[in-house]
Design a protein around this ligand. Structure first.
Ligand SMILES: [Zn+2]
Ligand SMILES: [Zn+2]
Length: 125
């Protein structure tokens, strides 16, 4: 039990420090410094529980396995940037006005999802 708690704490710390959506492998790589015995199966199991507890929220990008972000970040309307070089995903602040102008007459928009693709600062340097 003690061990399970420290694994969860290590994963929580990774999310609070990184501040962007993370894939299970990225979480494993970052949390392993803290808990060397951690493995991918445990990460998946802990992530599932953290989603059930509404600590984490899954981030689904088209055609990709889920990444995860803090529920408190997910509660604020925002979009994502995906780096095509390092495969990292970043949060974007704010949104775009006037999306409903794209709709044909008579259509009603109930929501939207925006992903911007490109290269992040580190990869672009
Ligand atoms: Zn990058
Ligand atoms: Zn938006």
């Amino acid at each position: 039990m003690q061990r399970q708690t420290s694994q969860r704490t290590a994963i929580e710390t990774v999310f609070r420090a990184t501040k962007r959506p993370l894939a299970p492998q990225e979480i494993l790589d970052a949390a392993r410094d803290e808990v060397p015995t951690l493995n991918l199966a445990t990460v998946y199991r802990t992530l599932k529980r953290m989603v059930e507890d509404r600590f984490l929220h899954p981030v689904e990008l088209p055609g990709e396995p889920a990444r995860y972000e803090l529920q408190e970040a997910a509660d604020k309307h925002h979009h994502h940037f995906r780096c095509g070089t390092c495969d990292s995903v970043f949060d974007l602040k704010g949104c775009v006005n006037g999306l409903s102008k794209l709709l044909p007459a008579g259509f009603h928009m109930s929501g939207h999802d925006i992903v911007i693709y490109g290269d992040c600062r580190a990869c672009n340097a």
